[in-house]
Design a protein around this ligand. Structure first.
Ligand code: HMH
Length: 185
């Protein structure tokens, strides 16, 4: 079941359409604005996680927080370029993901670290499937598949202990699928 969810979260029609250049602007822009909201929520979660993280995790998490702040700057630049306003209400899939992140504040730190690793590694995998040298959106694909991002995901992987946490992994993957689905509605 996890395998099927993993595939659904990383091989999605949204990503195929990005790769092929057939994604509608309205759909891509909807994803962009909602993902900016998600990244702001993720920064909130990750800052709190940093505050209770064990010593060996602090450096990776702190670096990740800085990267998320840069990411929010990047979203603003991309949104302005595309004429998208970022002051949009969160759609249901974004709100549901926010709720999951809030719940992660209350789980043991190793479990929350594992969830964070899933959140990031699934994104790297997903965007890798959208790679194409000819896509008009390849700048986005390159952003989410950059070597620095892959190295960060590897470092999170060193802190994660996914064994025995199938239910949580499935929950993150379900939120990811719903996020892509939302972009195409
Ligand atoms: C929905 N999942 C979603 N958006 C992101 N930006 C990431 C994961 C990775 O940070």
């Amino acid at each position: 079941m996890l395998d099927a969810l993993w595939t659904a979260a990383t091989r999605h029609p949204f990503l195929d359409a990005v790769r092929d250049g057939t994604i509608a602007d309205v759909d891509f822009n909807r994803w962009l604005a909602q993902d900016a909201l998600f990244v702001a929520d993720l920064l909130t979660f990750q800052s709190r996680l940093l505050a209770r993280a064990p010593r060996p995790a602090q450096g990776v998490l702190a670096g990740g927080c800085v990267a998320l702040v840069d990411e929010l700057d990047w979203f603003e630049v991309q949104a302005a370029r595309r004429g998208v306003g970022l002051e949009q209400p969160a759609l249901p899939a974004t709100l549901a993901y926010r709720e999951l992140l809030l719940r992660l504040d209350t789980v043991p730190v190793d479990v929350a670290l594992t969830a964070l690793w899933v959140i990031e590694t699934v994104y790297l995998d997903a965007w890798s499937s959208a790679a194409s040298s000819s896509s008009p959106l390849r700048e986005f694909v390159e952003h989410w598949t950059a070597p620095a991002f892959a190295a960060y995901v590897d470092a999170l992987g060193e802190l994660a202990t996914p064994e025995g946490h199938d239910e949580l992994v499935a929950e993150v993957l379900t939120r990811e699928v719903a996020f892509w689905d939302m972009a195409l509605t």
